[in-house]
Design a protein around this ligand. Sequence first.
Ligand SMILES: [Cu+2]
Length: 415
Amino acid sequence: MDTAAGTSSAPEQARGPVGETTAGAALPGSMPGSTARPAARSTAGAASTLSPLVPLPGGTYRRGSTEFYPDEAPVHEVTVGPFEIEQHPVTNAQFAAFVDATGYVTVAERPLDPADYPGVAVEDLQPGALVFTPTAGPVNLSDWRQWWRWQPGARWSTPHGPDSSVEGREDHPVVQVSYEDAQAYAAWAGRSLPTEAEWEYAGRGGLDGARFAWGDEYQPDGELLANHWQGSFPYRNTGARGWVGTSPVGTFPANGFGLDDMTGNVWEWTSSFYTPNHAVDARTAEEVAAARDALTIEMPACCAPSTGAAMAAAHPAPHDPLGSRAPVEGAGGVPGDSSDALAAASAEPGSAIPRKVLKGGSHLCAPEYCLRYRPAARSPQAVDTATSHIGFRCVVRPPVAVAPSMPASTRNLLG
Ligand SMILES: [Cu+2]
């Protein structure tokens, strides 16, 4: 494994104009039923630092796409209830406030238990995370290990390793957060993580069925509208509006709901377990697993190490997979996501670590390689894995009235 903290390849670093756009800056965009952005809601201990919430009415929309990757199909109608969603991804400054207030230690900062990794040298069990590193030149794009490395000391505050920091990047999205970390922040904020259906509804910004968050045309009037890879992947990134890597939230225009960075910049965690396609979303875990195992179409693995195999690349499989203590959301009014069986079915074959759906694509998505900076795009991610291009944002739902007579088929539509 690569344990070289001082590796010769320079990790990707933003080199754009720091501070040119401030977090939460008002940008053009309309919200349903309102012309002004709402102020941040007051929640215990966190009020002044949380992202503003944008209220969305909910409704029925067409989820998915048949134009790109098989896991986005079929296009189908989904109904979501009203909810509020954070205007932009959680920033480094916001995550720092959470850590300051709680002393929270992220998964990437926790030591790996030698008992879980017999035969592995103790020095190879340092806390760390996955860091993207550009290659020297063109490489075979089928092997993500060429541009992802396990970096000891990589964590949210030093996202590219011990020599990096988030200083001057306070208004960039936080990265190197696992699913558990995102959930912990949301709980502190009195908020939740969105379901996949909620996220895609929000990401579409009211443009039902559109290819991108801004419409069907990739670059209307030649304008780049999301932070995704510019140049040749994975070795030359000429920058998105000057930014290589993450960009300050709100650097690009908001979508029709007034939401910043819904596509591009960083992938965002959702609470939904990954399914091989939408046709099996509302079925049993057995059907999901069967569909997963039958999925023989070779999908480009995005710009991301999509599964716990990333960890396995650096470490042999632990006896007690981290997934076994992975939090499962669902009992409190998030339909469809509560089943242990669905968690198991979401895992990569041969792995016990559940995978959640990531949405939105990231600054690493390169058009010639990964067309996932779209609302319909999805990517499976093992819940224990943190990388330099995954972040999150939170939602707030109205209190759910208990409706014991609600038929299961209706519940599933919400998931
Ligand atoms: Cu991608």
